[in-house]
Each structure stands twice: as C-alpha cells, then as structure tokens.
Design a protein around this ligand. Structure first.
Ligand SMILES: Nc1ncnc2c1ncn2[C@@H]1O[C@H](COP(=O)(O)OP(=O)(O)OP(=O)(O)O)[C@@H](O)[C@H]1O
Ligand SMILES: [Mg+2]
Length: 310
C-alpha cells in the first residue's frame, strides 16, 4: 500500500506545489515509484513545474469515466519512476465537487499502486481540501516563517482536527459539544482540543478511545522560504506546541532555504531539483526526503553559503 502524504497548509503561495514537485523527484530518484496528484482543483499548476502544459486532465477523465481507474490517468514525467495525475481548471465547477465525487477520488487515491503518493492541495480550509488532507493518516504542512502563515497553519490544523472529530464523534454528539462550547455565539472559534477535553470530562472511557484514535495520525511539517535572519528553532517551537495540543505526533522535518533561483526554475518550467541540484535549498529538500524514507540524515557541515556533505 502506498504511503500517502497530503501536502497542505492553509495559506496560498507558501510553496506547497514546489515542495510536492521536488520531494516527488527526490523520492523517485531514491528508486521509489511515486505519484504526485494535483488536488488544487480550482487553481492547479503542478504540471507547470514540469513544463507539462499539454497533458490531459486526469482527475476530470476519471470523474467523467473516460478512465476506469485513477491509475490509468497517471502520466510519466521526465523523471524516472515519477508520475503525475493532473487537474486543469478547464471545467467549470471542478472546484465545487459533489460529496460523491470527492469520495470517489479519495477511494481511488487510497488504491493507487505506488510506493509514495503526494497530494498537492489548494490553499484555504474548505471541506474538499480538509477531506483530501484526511484521506491518509499521514500528512505534511508547509508554512513560511511569517506570522500570517504560522497563524493560517494552526487554523488549518485546527480545521483538520475539527473535521476528524466530527467523523469520530458522529454529527449529533459533535454538534452538541460545539453548541455548549460556543455558548450560543455563532462566531465563537472552537478549538479542537477543547472538544477532546469536553469528551474526557463527560465520559473518560470515551475520551480515552478518542485519544487513541487521534494518536494514529502522524503529521510532518517543513518551513519553506527560510531566510538566514529567521530564528532557526522556530520549527521546533511549532512542533512542541502542536504535540502539546493535538493528541497526535507532529514532526518538524526541517527548513528549506529561500532561493531566488526557484523563481527561475518555475519560469523555465523545469523542476528545481533537476536544474539546481547542488544548492542549499536542494540539500535541505534532500535531507527532508531522507527523513521521510527513514534513511539517516547525512551529516552536513554548514559553511557561509553552502552545505558540505561529510
Ligand atoms: N524555497 C523557495 N525559495 C524561493 N521562492 C520560493 C520557494 N518556494 C516557493 N517559492 C516561490 O513561491 C511561489 C509559490 O510557490 P507554490 O506555487 O509552490 O506555492 P503554493 O503554496 O502551492 O501556492 P498555492 O496556494 O497558490 O497553490 C513559487 O512560484 C516560487 O516562486
Ligand atoms: Mg499550489
């Protein structure tokens, strides 16, 4: 069965597609079969990172039953072992899926016969995005070291947990707790951990069961567009906060350095890792890919403007 990593984060333009494309390349280079799936249905552009503007729309073809399986819509990229399932914005309404269509996509993703499946999600916290994120018990958040992005990441994580709790507790019980916590106010911001605390308080046995189900979730996150002036430990601080509040495991995989050449690679429609394999940013990505596959992180020595692998 594939290891499925939805890649989300709430805020737009932080590098979700960049990270998906480049981790896809690195995992494929390690010999794994990898599918990257564009699930940013209203604003898809994963194909552009590979210069594939004439490819067919895989998600649409699957939903329209032009292809029986989602696997059939996977197209090879120029990188060995790496396949892409596209979703262009050609069809009105594709971003507003019916629930049955969403479930059809999620079920098909769970059957994809690859070692790794990376899902490139759109920005925001709409139900499509959150449900795609919850199609796996694993997931990855991308955020940048700015308060707006960090705030949106926490909002996204909270939305993921609220949706998960809605499924686990069943709608009526969930609504009753939300009503109690919101104190009648429609605008109250409900925190997922308050719901868990409420269940534990009311019914400790049910609370323990809930905690053990949340414990199965395993989330990773990266800080992208990292600049030298930023506090290097910010990722670890976020990791600590998440582990304290969400009853699941969060692992900070590392910082990905900001590099002007990312822009050049996008303009050239060539995936960054293929064009700039020896930059700080490339080595950051490589170390993150190694952590994902459990291969020991190579020892690196940091010099003024490059890393040397020792
Ligand atoms: N490490 C980086 N260094 C420099 N620029 C970067 C880096 N990562 C991403 N970018 C820039 O940020 C832009 C947005 O990246 P990307 O499209 O991957 O974001 P996104 O989170 O997928 O956005 P959206 O929410 O719109 O889908 C890219 O076009 C690229 O120019
Ligand atoms: Mg994107």
């Amino acid at each position: 069965m594939a290891l499925i990593y939805p890649i989300g984060g709430g805020k737009g333009g932080v590098g979700k597609s960049f990270v998906t494309a480049n981790l896809g390349v690195l995992l494929a280079n390690q010999g794994y079969s990898v599918a990257i799936v564009d699930l940013d249905l209203g604003g898809s552009n994963l194909h552009t990172f590979f210069g594939l503007n004439k490819s067919k729309n895989g998600i649409n073809r699957f939903l329209n039953q032009d292809c029986k399986t989602l696997e059939e819509t996977a197209e090879p990229t120029a990188v060995n072992n790496l396949f892409i399932i596209n979703s262009f914005n050609s069809q009105l309404g594709i971003s507003n899926l019916f629930s049955a269509q969403k479930l059809k996509i999620i079920n098909a993703i769970q059957k994809l016969p690859f070692d790794f499946v990376l899902l490139d999600l759109g920005a925001g916290t709409n139900y499509n995005t959150i449900d795609f994120f919850l199609s796996s018990d694993k997931g990855m958040f991308v955020c940048i070291p700015e308060p707006t992005s960090i705030e949106n990441t926490f909002r996204f994580i909270n939305a993921v947990y609220l949706r998960k709790l809605q499924h686990l507790l069943k709608q009526r019980a969930f609504n009753a707790i939300v009503l109690e916590l919101s104190n009648g106010s429609k605008n109250a911001v409900i925190k997922a951990y308050d719901i868990v605390h409420s269940v534990i308080r009311e019914n400790p046995q049910k609370g323990e069961k809930l905690k053990s189900q949340l414990d199965k979730l395993e989330f990773k996150f990266v800080i992208n567009q990292f600049r030298k002036s930023v506090d290097k430990t910010i990722g670890f601080k976020i990791e600590k906060t998440c582990n304290r509040h969400f009853y699941s495991r969060f692992q900070f995989l590392g910082n990905i350095s900001y590099d002007e050449r990312v822009h050049n690679s996008v303009v050239a429609r060539t995936v960054y890792m293929e064009k700039y394999a020896y930059t700080l940013t490339a080595i950051d990505l490589l170390n993150i890919a190694k952590k994902l596959t459990g291969v020991e992180q190579s020892t690196v020595r940091v010099t003024e403007d490059c890393y040397e692998t020792v």
